[in-house]
Design a protein around this ligand. Structure first.
Ligand SMILES: Nc1ncnc2c1ncn2[C@@H]1O[C@H](COP(=O)(O)OP(=O)(O)O)[C@@H](O)[C@H]1O
Ligand code: SF4
Ligand SMILES: [Mg+2]
Length: 361
């Protein structure tokens, strides 16, 4: 689409050839055999914050993300779910190098993403784009839509000026914005139209990874499905790897190839949506799944209500951080922190009692 020729090592992955098709429409075996587009290992992010304790409150440390690892393959979608404040957005920002890691490693196409604003990072960034919950936080309210989509091409000096405008018009059409809207300003569009414009702006540089942080949460329910369908179509067309953050578990189940459940900065369960939603192994996942108003819920008869809010991440409980709310916690859970361990079938669970019959599986 544009005249940009990627550098060696950033070339688009070769097309897949075979077998079953994933939730994202990509043949599964080929996608899984290829090296991951993005590889994150042992990510930790701590923030210095003011303690609430005492009259003056000294500085203390908040651990937002704690030992998080995952892979994202081209053409496939990893969903990230969990309560507000569990570290999803911080993980998204670490993934793109927008926030530096305290510890751990991220590689995009084998190249390190370390959060330092170097020329190397800028080059990588054009291949990794983000879609936020609020389109107005991304769009420039003084620029009409067409100029907003041309802008990234200008920044990276892609092609001639006339070609850039042509590419932007084609992309705006592709995301479903008619010509009558191209010269409008963000405040003159609906929420759904703005999010379409954000997608056009994110995809105009032909990225290979899209990180979507609650991309439909701010939209009317009536247009959420349209934007999700568009996102899926665009993913297939561009063979995009996606990190998809959402608290809408029905959408996550629909579009993700794999799902990671976070609790207080850690991944506590990970697996395919089919397995994870049908047989949640971690008590926290069981509670989340029990809240989905679908036939899955019938299996649990009633919603599992967790006591209280998640604990303060500045002052985490000992052992398993979920133990104060866990309906099946034992004395051991107060002392030992469970590691994320492999279960049969490619699932991973961080629970000391994951194999006991007290948990539904
Ligand atoms: N820049 C920051 N400084 C201090 N604390 C932060 C910062 N960013 C996030 N946090 C804290 O890190 C935790 C995780 O936040 P976040 O990643 O935004 O969670 P989520 O997206 O799951 O709601 C929260 O306790 C939040 O208050
Ligand atoms: S380790 Fe213990 S407290 Fe943590 S989820 Fe498992 S059973 Fe519950
Ligand atoms: Mg968030």
């Amino acid at each position: 689409m544009n005249g940009f020729l990627p550098k060696a090592g950033l070339l688009p992955s070769t097309a897949a050839s075979s077998a079953r098709v994933s939730a994202s429409g990509v043949p599964e075996t080929a996608a899984q055999d290829a090296p991951p587009l993005l590889r994150a290992r042992g990510l930790v992010r701590r923030f210095k914050v003011r303690s609430q304790r005492g009259l003056f409150g000294g500085a203390t440390t908040l651990t937002a993300v704690n030992d998080v690892s995952f892979d994202i393959h081209a053409g496939r979608t990893l969903g990230l779910v969990g309560e507000s404040g569990c570290g999803k957005s911080t993980t998204a920002r670490l993934t793109l190098g927008l926030t530096p890691v305290t510890a751990g490693e991220i590689a995009f196409d084998g190249m390190p993403v370390n959060g330092r604003r170097t020329a190397h990072w800028r080059e990588l960034r054009r291949h990794m784009q983000m879609v936020y919950q609020d389109p107005l936080s991304v769009l420039d309210k003084r620029l009409p839509m067409l100029s907003q989509v041309i802008e990234p091409l200008d920044i990276f000096a892609v092609g001639e000026r006339r070609e850039r405008a042509e590419q932007a018009r084609a992309m705006l059409s592709r995301v479903g914005l008619s010509q009558a809207l191209w010269q409008r300003y963000p405040h003159e569009l609906s929420g759904g139209q703005r999010q379409r414009a954000v997608l056009a702006r994110a995809l105009i540089l032909q990225p290979r990874l899209l990180v979507c942080d609650e991309p439909i949460s701010a939209l009317d329910v009536s247009i959420q499905a349209q934007v999700i369908n568009l996102l899926q179509d665009l993913q297939q067309e561009h063979h995009l790897g996606m990190l998809f953050i959402s608290h809408d578990l029905k959408v996550v189940r629909q579009i993700c190839d794999e799902v990671a459940v976070m609790y207080l900065g850690r991944i506590v369960e990970q697996g395919t949506p089919q397995e994870l939603f049908a047989h949640p192994a971690h008590p926290y996942t069981q509670a989340l799944v029990s809240a989905i108003p679908t036939p899955q819920r019938a299996k649990y008869h009633q919603r599992i209500l967790l006591d209280g809010d998640p604990p303060n991440p500045i002052n985490l409980p000992s052992g398993c951080a979920f133990h104060p709310r866990c309906p099946v916690a034992t004395a051991r859970c107060r002392q030992e922190t469970p590691a994320l361990q492999d279960l049969p079938g490619g699932r991973k669970v961080a629970c000391l009692n994951a194999s006991t019959p007290t948990l539904k599986s």
